[in-house]
Design a protein around this ligand. Structure first.
Ligand code: ABU
Length: 373
């Protein structure tokens, strides 16, 4: 057993797949207020997702895990804890936790290191506990594994901009995008905050999206933590940025899938182009916003939240035929995986996994510099 993964495309041999059990529509907190009055959760209400939804999601997660095993990939699953119980630290009390479907949000593997992210929601502060038994076993089995945890944040009220959402939602698209480009969003800079799923790994380069859950201090902490890497803060034209993996998805050396609706910064585009990368616009998602499953807080662009099994094989949600055709035309073996029942539990195929081992070593895919990159 060995922990090793430097990018999102080398041949995958060991992965964690999340679970839907016990997932909550989480209790309100400074930057999260769910509001689904037609589906039993008006603003302020919280509680477990319905049993039938949990069963449907787990059926798809289990089938996905079996599919990966059938391809010779070792699959581990997290421990479910009681996400419905209130939690607290000396600084705050929170009515519930969230769940453990999307391990990608919490953990990132960089080489032989697995790093636990700070997270920035109080409901997700304790989520690392679901992965501790696995991390402990990897640490025991692999003498070279580095087990790291970013500083646990205090998440006092000062970590959040007061009154952010009403003020932000009143802005027009252009004003919101200007705020996104400045990272003048929900979080303050009082302490480093990041979700692991805001990181796209490309060997020596780590692209980290500044978002509703990742601040500049978080990127700065990552830069100092990975001194041998080039750590780049990046933004996209997405009014509600949360995680980079439905926006900018490197699929193999020289090819990145981009959500064209979420414009990349010109310097980022040029950095890729000057290093001979092709930037391919993802196909339109099969679903519109109105067609998303109930209680889903993700976007239709989960259509591009794909999991690469190797540089030429990629798992894609089975209903996303346009995305599958596009990837087929780019020379990939496409593996269709039914997965939309999982979306209300926190994401798609990429979100629901975290790489523990991919064959391959650290490489520099961007030998030429451009602008601030
Ligand atoms: N956690 C990935 C979700 C990103 C999106 O909905 O666009």
């Amino acid at each position: 057993m060995r922990v090793n993964s430097w990018n999102g495309w080398d041949p995958l041999t060991h992965v964690i797949v999340g679970r839907a059990d016990g997932t909550m529509v989480q209790a309100p907190e400074p930057t999260v207020v769910r509001d689904w009055p037609d589906d039993g959760f008006p603003a302020g209400a919280y509680g477990p997702l319905p049993d039938d939804m949990v069963q449907a999601a787990n059926a798809q997660l289990d089938a996905f895990a079996d599919l990966l095993r059938s391809r010779g990939i070792r699959v581990d699953r997290p421990d479910v804890i009681d996400f419905g119980r209130p939690v607290s630290t000396p600084d705050w009390e929170q009515g519930s936790m969230f769940g453990c479907m999307p391990p990608r949000d919490v953990l990132v593997t960089v080489g032989s290191e697995i790093l636990e992210a700070t997270m920035s929601y109080r409901s997700r502060w304790f989520e690392y506990l679901c992965y501790r038994p696995l991390l402990d076993s990897y640490f025991r089995d692999d003498p070279d594994m580095r087990w790291e945890a970013a500083p646990k944040p205090r998440l006092t009220d000062d970590a959040y901009k007061p009154g952010f959402w009403p003020e932000y939602e009143a802005l027009g698209f252009d004003e919101q995008i200007a705020r996104v480009r400045e990272n003048d969003l929900a979080l303050t800079e009082i302490e480093p905050l990041f979700d692991a799923a805001d990181i796209a790994r490309c060997g020596k380069d780590l692209f980290v999206q500044l978002s509703m859950v990742t601040n500049r201090s978080g990127v700065d902490w990552l830069r100092r933590h990975f001194p041998e890497h080039r750590v780049h803060p990046v933004t996209f034209g997405n009014t509600h940025p949360v995680h980079i993996d439905a926006t900018w998805v490197p699929l193999r050396p020289g090819l990145v899938l981009h959500c064209g609706e979420r414009e990349a910064e010109e310097d980022l585009v040029q950095y890729f182009k000057i290093n001979d990368w092709e930037i391919v616009s993802a196909a339109r998602p099969a679903k519109t916003w109105d067609e998303l499953p109930k209680l889903c807080f993700c976007s239709p662009w989960l259509s591009m939240n794909v999991l690469s099994l190797s540089p030429d094989t990629v798992c894609v949600e089975a209903g996303e035929t346009a995305q599958m055709e596009l990837l087929d035309s780019l020379g990939f073996e496409v593996v269709p995986v039914p997965f939309w029942d999982v979306a209300p539990f926190g994401g798609g195929l990429h979100c629901s996994t975290v790489d523990i081992h991919r064959e391959g070593e650290l490489q520099d895919y961007f030998p030429k510099r451009y602008g601030r990159f």
